[in-house]
Every structure is written in C-alpha cells, then in structure tokens.
Design a binder for this molecule. Structure first.
Ligand code: RFL
Ligand code: PHB
Length: 391
C-alpha cells in the first residue's frame, strides 16, 4: 500500500488534518488504535476559538457547528463570593468563542470523512512509524492479526500524549519541558440546564470549580480534587453538594442537579516537545504538547498545528518547496508557548494551592481583583482566551 501522508491517530488533530489535506488534493490514510465508538466516548474540551471554527469550515465540517454551536461573548470569574463578568466581545474588538463539544467536532469530522469515502483503519494495533529520518518513510501496523505496511512521503503523529510517534524519536533528538500540578479536575456531564448562560470560573478556598456546558440542556461541571481521588470516591450527590459550596449563593440556589452521564478525573499537566518535526515525521496536537484545561486551549492548539501542517504540505506538493516543512516546528512552537503561558497562568491564578500558604492566596485574590477592575488586565485575559491570531 502507498499514500502521500499517513496520519497516526483519529482524534480531532488527525481527523481535521485528513480533511484539510484531502481538500488540498493530498492523499492520506488514518490509522487509529481504538474503535470509532471509543474515540467518541471520550468527553473532553468544549470551547472553540474562531481559528478552530474557521479551520472546521475550511475542512467542510462546520454545518452542525454553525447550527448548534453557542457563541459566547463573555465569561464570569467568581472569587470572594461574587461574580465578575469579563466582556470578551468588547475587550477584543468584537471576538467571541464558540461552545461546542470536542465529541461533536470529532463526530462531524468522522462523518465528513466517511461521506468522502476516505480510509480510516480503526483498531489498528502495534502501529510503528519507520524510516522517517530518510526519504522513504513507512508505517507498519497489524489489523485482524495480519501485519500491513504503508509506504508514504510523510507521517503525521496525531496520536495524543501517550502515542507511539513521539516515543519513536531517539531521546537525544528532542527536548521536553514539563510541569505537573498537584491536583486534578473531576468532570461531570449531565442532562441538566447550565447554571448560568456563560461559563463560570470559580476560585474558592475549597478549590477551583468550573461551570461549563454543551447545550442549553446539557451541562459540564468540574471540581479541583486531590490527585489521590478516584471518580468512584465521588457519588453524584457528593459532587453536586461540593459544587454548590464553591458557587455564590445565587448560582448555588439556581443549580439544577441530575444523574451523571459521565464522571472522570484528569490530572493537570503542562508539557512541550521541541522540535515538532523529525525528518519526514511531524508531531501535532497532544502528541507534541499538553496544557492544563483551565485556559481551554488543548483542542484549539491541536487545530492550529494541523492548520499549519496542511499549509506546509500543500506548499510542498504544489510549489515543490520545502519551506513550509522547514518552518512548521518554529511556527507551531511560537503559538504553543504563548498558550502554555496563558494556561499555566490561568491555572496558577484560579486554583487552590494548599502547600503555598496564606501569602500566595492573598496575592491570587489581589491579582483577581486587579484584573476585573483594570481594563488593560482584563483585555490581556480576553485577548488570550479568544485566541491569538495565526501568523
Ligand atoms: P487525542 O484526542 O488524544 O487523539 C489522539 C488519538 O490517537 C490515538 N492513538 C493511537 N492511534 C494509533 N496508534 C497508536 N499507537 C496510538 N496512540 C494513540 C488515540 O486513541 C486517539 O484517538 O489528541 P489530539 O487529536 O491531539 O486532540 C487534542 C485534544 O484531545 C486535547 O488537547 C484536549 O481534549 C485536552 N483536554 C481538554 N482540553 C480542553 O481544552 N478542555 C478540556 O476540558 C479538556 N479536557 C483534555 C481533557 C484531555 C484529556 N486527556 C488527553 C486525557 C480531558 C482529558 C481526560
Ligand atoms: C469544557 O466545557 O469541557 C471546558 C470549558 C472550558 C475550559 C475547560 C473545559 O476551560
């Protein structure tokens, strides 16, 4: 078998790249370790920047997003028992974000790919990128007990943080930067109306909480919890009671509870690999970097990486030029580090760090108060939250 680009991983990065390459006339095959149903069962991000929305439109997978996505022009910060609105729209000269679940983005991209009859091999095991430092890369994998091999021009490593692509690069060819946080987020999805029209980011002495949503009838809530907690430790009733304690009285009163459709804990981590290209293999999305979810940047960075990659490969095939390929890593990393900084900062500002003591907590409160009363500081938050421009 032969194709131009083998994409490893059918998460949002791999599926979006597949569409963008197809639109540019570049053949590609996607290899995914899990089943399509498993991929769709993972509940993750919910906030899209305009850049991600535009790329989904370019990929021809935005019909449902346009019909069902919820434009949000502001967010609320809750601290000291009061909510303060950050008017994203007016602070950024008219920009906003779109609330639309990663599950739905993935479903739409899978559907678009199926409609075009493009090949995705699900449940491909022992996927192995090979010879990517030379002119003739190959990818070997097993399907239904048989070993298969695909020859290609390029390999796109869109296989997430635990994928095989980054793991296949010799350690001395890359540098990794990592920060782990001493807590996780316990998420709960429920078919209940969201407590508030806009997202609430809450800083309290009991820990951080986030009130998000997927639609007018489906809510997604998160609680900061110790890393030692397990989802089984939290009954639905315990979750709702703790969320209520972290909200202001009005929101606590208005909160509608219901059975959890899903409950899971994600540890918080910042991680970056440099560079993001190794010969003819590129890393994109979580395969190359992780952000803590506080800034809602993980999925958006995955989208902008593959936007750059599709552009680089189009230039290669259309203009016979290596320029896009050679600048891919630096272009991505410049954007990645700004999102890493923002996500680290939002995480540091909003979470409870018991080991840091009272001084740290007072400085957090002072910064939050400064931020909501200073137009300059609010504008810096808003500019990053809606997403920096692509260069
Ligand atoms: P994904 O979505 O992890 O997809 C990678 C795909 O590659 C497959 N794969 C392999 N396939 C073949 N061979 C192998 N050896 C393979 N190894 C892995 C996997 O099965 C999978 O289908 O990465 P991608 O496409 O880069 O997308 C990135 C986003 O998913 C990610 O940035 C965000 O979801 C991060 N994230 C969140 N971001 C937010 O902005 N807000 C959130 O609330 C939020 N919650 C989360 C998250 C990430 C989580 N992870 C990674 C554990 C919650 C969790 C639990
Ligand atoms: C979500 O809806 O899952 C979500 C929203 C905003 C975040 C993180 C997660 O910052």
């Amino acid at each position: 078998m032969r194709t131009q680009v083998v994409i490893i991983g059918a998460g949002p990065a791999g599926l979006l790249l597949g569409q963008l390459l197809h639109k540019a006339g570049i053949d590609n095959i996607i290899l995914e370790r899990c089943s399509a149903a498993y991929v769709l069962g993972r509940i993750r991000a919910g906030v899209l920047e305009q850049v991600a929305v535009d790329l989904l439109a370019e990929a021809g997978a935005d019909a449902r997003l346009r019909a069902e996505g919820l434009p949000h022009e502001g967010i609320e910060l809750l601290f000291g028992g009061k909510r303060h609105r950050i008017d994203l729209h007016s602070l950024t000269g008219g920009k906003c974000v779109t609330v639309y679940g990663q599950t739905e983005v993935t479903r739409d991209l899978m559907q678009a790919r199926a409609d075009l009859g493009l090949t995705t091999v699900y449940e491909a095991v022992n996927v192995q990128p090979m010879d990517f430092e030379g002119e003739h890369p190959r990818v070997r994998y097993e399907k239904d007990g048989e070993v298969q091999e695909i020859a290609c021009d390029f390999i796109a490593g869109c296989d997430g943080f635990h994928g095989v692509c980054r793991a296949s690069v010799p350690k001395d060819r890359m540098r990794c930067f990592e920060k782990r946080y001493p807590f996780g987020w316990l998420g709960l999805l429920s078919d209940t109306p969201p407590v508030s029209e806009e997202l609430i980011y809450a800083h309290t002495e009991r820990g951080f909480a986030l009130c998000s949503q997927r639609s007018q009838t489906r809510s997604r809530y998160y609680l900061q919890v110790p890393l030692t907690d397990k989802p089984e430790d939290w009954s639905d009733a315990a979750f709702w009671a703790e969320l209520r304690r972290r909200l202001d009285p009005e929101a606590a009163e208005r909160l509608v509870t219901g059975p959890a459709l899903e409950k899971s804990i994600a540890p918080l981590r910042s991680f970056v690999t440099e560079p993001m290209r190794f010969g003819r293999m590129f890393l994109a999305g979580d395969a190359a970097h992780i952000v803590p979810p506080t800034g809602a940047k993980g999925l958006n960075l995955a989208a902008s990486d593959v936007g750059y990659l599709a552009q680089a490969l189009s230039v290669y095939y259309q203009d016979k030029s290596d320029e896009g390929i050679e600048t891919y890593s630096a272009k991505c990393l410049s954007r990645v580090w700004k999102a890493e900084r923002f996500s680290w900062w939002m995480t540091s500002l909003l979470h409870h760090f018991p080991e840091e003591g009272g001084f740290h907590a007072r400085v957090q409160e002072a910064e939050l108060d400064y931020m909501v009363h200073s137009l300059t500081a609010s504008a810096a938050l808003a500019e990053n939250y809606v997403g920096l421009a692509l260069h």
